[in-house]
Write a protein that binds this ligand. Structure first.
Ligand SMILES: [Zn+2]
Ligand SMILES: [Zn+2]
Length: 160
């Protein structure tokens, strides 16, 4: 099952397995992350949750987010500007732009499996996403760099 599309019941079950209850706050943070898509910062998520729940505090949103990370439902990625970005599981490869901070998904099961295999040989368990740093196509275009050919073969992409 893809946790990306998990509904209320699935989220409740996943939290219960880890020994936590599904509270309205946790649900609203989860829904906001699903609704926004991409890789928002905690601050961006907080603003989104507040649209539906104007009385919710920043601390509540941050705590709910931390819990979702703790139980492995959400992955925190280091952002180029120092602020963590949040990503719905499962782990995947992310392309992070060092200039604008945008993170794109590069969903490629073979690539992730290769990373996991290398890690596993060292007794290292992959629990988070993989971040590849560089310059995105928009920033490259802005700074006048031409895209190189041939383009590498890519998996499905999501922007955000
Ligand atoms: Zn960029
Ligand atoms: Zn991602």
């Amino acid at each position: 099952m893809s946790i990306h599309n998990a509904g209320l019941a699935a989220l409740r079950q996943r939290l219960a397995q880890a020994g936590f209850r599904l509270t309205p706050q946790r649900w609203s943070v989860w829904s906001a992350l699903q609704g926004l898509g991409g890789h928002p910062s905690a601050e961006r998520l907080y603003r989104e949750v507040r649209r539906a729940h104007p009385m919710i505090s920043r601390a509540t949103v941050y705590k709910a987010l931390a819990l979702l990370c703790q139980v492995g439902l959400v992955t925190a990625l280091p952002g180029a500007d120092g602020a963590a970005r949040f990503d719905l599981g499962p782990p995947h490869v992310n392309l992070a732009c060092l200039r604008c901070g945008r993170i794109q998904d590069a969903v490629d099961a073979g690539l992730l499996a290769a990373v996991q295999r290398v890690a596993w040989r060292r007794g290292f368990r992959v629990e988070g996403g993989v971040v590849v740093q560089g310059t995105c196509s928009r920033c490259a275009a802005k700074s006048g760099h031409r895209k190189r050919d041939p383009r590498p073969h890519e998996g499905r992409e999501a922007h955000g």
